[in-house]
Each structure stands twice: as C-alpha cells, then as structure tokens.
Design a protein around this ligand. Structure first.
Ligand SMILES: Cc1cc2nc3c(=O)[nH]c(=O)nc-3n(C[C@H](O)[C@H](O)[C@H](O)COP(=O)(O)OP(=O)(O)OC[C@H]3O[C@@H](n4cnc5c(N)ncnc54)[C@H](O)[C@@H]3O)c2cc1C
Length: 403
C-alpha cells in the first residue's frame, strides 16, 4: 500500500483521504489555513456522490446534519412552476441528494477522518508550493521550504492549485462568465415542504434557495441558503476570486419585482446579515492531470460553474474513482487509470455548465413567457423539459439507472 500525500483539506481532499484510507493506504493531508473554520454556505451532494459518502459509513452523520432534498423546482420570475425535478430515493435514485452547509460537510468529513486515521492526519498551516519526484517517490514542497516525502501526491488545493500550475505552467487565468453570485443563509420559517430547492428567473438574474440544516428542520425552522446571481459584465479573464469577500454591489433591487407564491425574495435577502460575493468562474478543461506520481482532484483539476450542484459532488466522485484505481495499481499507473475514468466525464460537465446545464429550462421559459397570466403548459412541452433534465443527469453521472 502507498503513502499518499494530499494537498488541501477541502471537500475533495478530505473525501479522497477517507476513500484511500478505507482501502488501506497511509494518507497525510496538508492544509494551508491555520485553522479549518466552517466557511461558505450551501452546497449539494448529488445522489451518486451521496452514495459514495454513505458507503464510507457517513449515512447517519449526513442524515443528522443535511436536508434530504425532495426536488428542484424551476420557476419563472413571475412564480410559474416550469418544472419539478425530483431528486429523492422515492424517485428512483440510489441515495438521497443532500443539501448541506459546506462548513458542516467539511467538519463531518474531517471528524470521520481523524477518528479513523488519528488526529494528526490533517496538518494545518502547511501551504504547499510545488513537488518533485524521482523513480523511488515524490516530495511535496512547502512555501516555508519544508519537504514531505511519499509515494504519490494528490493536488486537491482548489481553484488556484500550485500543483496544477506546475503540471501546466501555461494554464491561463480564471474565466469569468460575467455573473456575480451573492450568497447567504438565514434562519427563518420553513418554506413549502422544507425539502425543495427553488431556482427562479433566468441566466441574467437568478435566485436559488434551499434549506441546509436538519437541526433547524427538527426545531420547525429552516436555515435557508440563498444565491442571488446577477450578470453585470461581459465575459473576461480575472486573477482573483475569494469565497470570503463581502458583497460590493446592490443585490436586492434586481429581485424586487420577482413574485413567488411562497416567499418574499427581497425580504429574505434583507434579513440576512452576512452576505458574500463570488464570481461565476471556471477554467478550460485540461488535456491531462497526471505527471508521474502526481495528479489533481476536485476544483484543482476541473473548476466549473456551480450549476447543477456539481462542484462538491464531482470532487467526491473523483475521490471514489481514485481509490478504486489505486486498489488495482497503487502507483503512477493507477493515477493514469483514475485520470482516464474521470477527466472525460468532468470535462463534459464543465462544458455542459457553460451552456446552463439543467437550468437551460429557465431561459427557454424566459424567452416565451410574457407575464403572470401566461400558462407554462401552453408555452413548453413536457418532453422538451425532460430532455434537458435527462441529458444533464447523463452528463453529470447521476442518471437514475446509471448512478
Ligand atoms: C472557503 C471556501 C468556501 C466555499 N464556499 C462555497 C459555497 O458556499 N458554496 C459552494 O457551492 N462552494 C463553495 N466552495 C467551493 C466548493 O467547496 C468546491 O467547489 C467543491 O467542494 C470542490 O472542493 P475542493 O476540495 O476541490 O476545493 P476547495 O473546497 O476549494 O478546497 C481546497 C482546499 O485547499 C486549501 N488550499 C488552497 N491552497 C492551498 C495550498 N497551497 N496548500 C495547501 N492547501 C491549500 C484550501 O484552503 C481549501 O481548504 C468554497 C470553497 C472554499 C475554499
């Protein structure tokens, strides 16, 4: 079995550590921040990725923490229901889709890993800057000059991965799509059944909301996560994107004329204290991820627009595929097998998300609807809607039959 060094203790790095530890490898994770704090807001774990975590023994922890999402409702800005896309086991998925606070998911994975591999398995305050390797092994190099040796290295350090930059020195800056995403979470009375994700509006002005806390649900309340997306500039390249940055634009006015039957969007935005902004960015898909004993995983390998609830899910699926490949060949050959399994799939998701993924139904409806009195069923056929949803399920690997 191999000694595997993992850079980054995000959702991808921790899932990889758990999957690899479960198949008998020795793992060590190095995280740049001095202390892992529950940052971010809502995130979704789709059925296929939830199955991976449940098989790692995390079903109870997920059920106690996260909301089992029943369905996604796509709506027009006038509140018409365009499509209801079920996501629960009753609809045929092999595991629930979970909506969860990113920090809660990260803490849950961290706790499980520390229980199984010891407190010292994750070292914080260790900023990775590069690697070197030879026929006998690989070494992670840190910004402070220290070095750690192992057999294999996994770069899971997110959007601005130094390992990715070393493997692909010509990789360009981030692609900014021109849409700024404002995010927050606020505890409030339950909306609807308390298990539904609502996505309303169109590509230029979109509101997404879903509850993320099972603890709040058990109290009869909802920790309501929301994302307000506003397209404000032409696509361009940027260098900088920080999940911690506070809102710098008016994100409420564009939503004042949205009319939902079960919520007042402007009131939800106004009631939220801590709001952050993050640009909708990705990177062009890479031709390869692996250099000998080093490979990439999660956002380091394939950052994508957060459409279709895929960022965390694809990182978890990478982790599972990596462990399966290394169980057959715990060396550079196994890394290549992993890459061959995951690079084409995630490349397709990056490209599908650029076209709007399953949310294309919003733009189809927005182009045809004229006002609240329109009837959606007169404007779009069921077949048209199901084709968009089924196509994306196939691309993202969570088809009911194939998940
Ligand atoms: C602070 C933060 C908040 C986020 N909030 C949200 C959110 O609210 N909603 C959402 O959909 N997505 C959010 N994301 C992104 C989401 O977590 C990822 O898209 C997805 O889970 C894939 O995870 P990942 O592990 O590949 O990358 P990430 O989650 O980005 O994790 C990368 C990890 O590597 C660490 N790291 C970075 N550079 C180095 C280095 N040089 N050496 C060692 N470690 C390094 C980072 O501190 C981080 O812990 C957030 C990411 C971060 C870092």
């Amino acid at each position: 079995m191999a000694r595997i060094l993992i850079a980054g203790a995000g959702i991808g790095g921790l899932s990889a550590a758990l999957s690899l530890q479960a198949s008998g490898h020795s793992v060590q994770v190095f995280e740049s921040v001095a202390q892992i704090r529950p940052l971010g807001v809502g995130i979704n774990v789709m059925s296929s990725a939830a199955l991976v975590l449940r098989e790692l023994g995390l079903a109870k922890a997920l059920d106690e923490t996260a909301i089992r999402t029943r369905c996604i409702e796509y709506r027009t800005r006038f509140g018409h229901l365009i499509q209801s896309d079920p996501r629960n086991v009753e609809a045929g998925f092999p595991a629930p889709q979970y909506s969860i606070h990113r920090g809660a998911l990260q803490s849950l994975l961290l706790r499980a890993l520390q229980e199984r591999a010891g407190e010292g398995v994750v070292e914080t305050g260790r900023r990775v800057s590069g690697y070197r390797q030879d026929a006998d092994g690989a070494a992670l190099i840190f910004a402070d000059g220290r070095i750690e040796r192992g057999d294999l290295i996994i770069g899971a350090e997110g959007l601005r991965s130094p390992l990715r930059a070393q493997i692909h020195p010509d990789d360009g800056p981030l692609n900014y799509e021109g849409t700024m995403m404002f995010r927050g979470a606020v505890e409030m009375p339950v909306i609807g059944d308390g298990r539904t994700m609502v996505i309303a509006g169109d590509h230029d002005c979109k509101f997404v909301t879903y509850p993320i806390s099972e603890q709040a649900r058990r109290k009869g309340r909802a920790l309501t996560n929301w994302v307000a997306e506003i397209r404000h500039s032409a696509p361009r390249h940027i260098d900088d994107a920080d999940w911690r940055r506070g809102a710098t634009m008016d994100y409420i006015t564009p939503f004042r004329d949205f009319r939902m039957p079960d919520m007042d969007i402007a009131a939800i935005l106004e009631a939220t204290d801590n709001v952050t902004e993050f640009p909708m960015i990705d990177r062009d898909p890479l031709p390869f991820w692996t250099d000998g004993r080093v490979t990439l995983l999660g956002d380091a390998a394939h950052p994508m627009y957060p459409i279709g609830a895929n960022g965390a899910s694809q990182a978890i699926l990478d982790a599972s595929a990596l462990a399966a490949a290394l169980a057959e060949d715990p060396g550079p050959g196994g890394l290549k097998t992993y890459e061959a399994a995951r690079l084409p799939v995630t490349t397709n998701v990056v490209r599908a998300n650029r076209l709007g993924g399953p949310e294309q139904v919003l733009d189809i409806a927005a182009a045809r609807v004229t006002g609240p009195e329109d009837r959606i069923e007169d404007l779009i056929t069921k077949e048209e809607l199901e084709e968009v949803a089924a196509n994306y399920r196939r691309i993202a690997g969570f088809d009911k039959a194939g998940a």
